[in-house]
Design a protein around this ligand. Structure first.
Ligand code: CMP
Length: 152
């Protein structure tokens, strides 16, 4: 079982796509185990996007990510890190394949609606940036036996 951080970015809220994005993860069979709305501060943005801080696009990215609230979600599931990244599609909505979230809803490199951790180390780091351990609520779902076989 893996956990990954999903961030519904300010464009998601401004375009009223929050419910549709959450539905896609639920419909796939992923398990939401923590969720909150918050405003990303410039300091949090620099920690989250540490590997991009020196890049030319960073000032615009920081202005964008701090411009309205975001929804932070911890998503759990088998191979959740890769599955969520595959569901998002390529970084730029202009390049993302139709059928992916960005391919269906975004036409921008920056305003690509949803962020997800790109590997196990990033997931662990990003989850603790947004959530305290006691904010993560693991629970079992009555539907699990109807979602996959017991040995999967
Ligand atoms: P995300 O998956 O959250 O990771 C880094 C973010 O930086 C990315 O989505 C985009 O929002 C943004 N980004 C990446 N590349 C560019 C770029 N070339 N120009 C502007 N924004 C970018």
């Amino acid at each position: 079982m893996e956990r990954t951080l999903v961030l519904l970015k300010p464009d998601c809220l401004q375009r009223r796509l929050v419910g549709r994005m959450i539905s896609r993860f639920e419909e796939k069979g992923l398990h939401l185990i923590a969720l909150k709305m918050l405003r990303v501060t410039p300091d949090l943005a620099k920690q989250h996007y540490a590997e991009h801080v020196e890049k030319a696009f960073y000032p615009g990215l920081e202005a964008f990510i701090t411009s309205a609230p975001v929804i932070a979600i911890v998503v759990e599931g088998l191979e959740a890190i890769r599955i969520v990244r595959d569901m998002l599609g390529a970084t730029s909505g202009l390049k993302a394949t139709p059928g992916t979230i960005r391919g269906d809803f975004s036409s921008s490199r920056q305003m690509n609606l949803v962020h997800a951790s790109d590997g196990a180390d990033a997931a662990a780091r990003e989850i603790q940036l947004y959530f305290q351990p006691d904010e993560i609520c693991s629970y079992s779902l009555a539907l699990t036996p109807w979602s996959r076989a017991a040995d999967e």
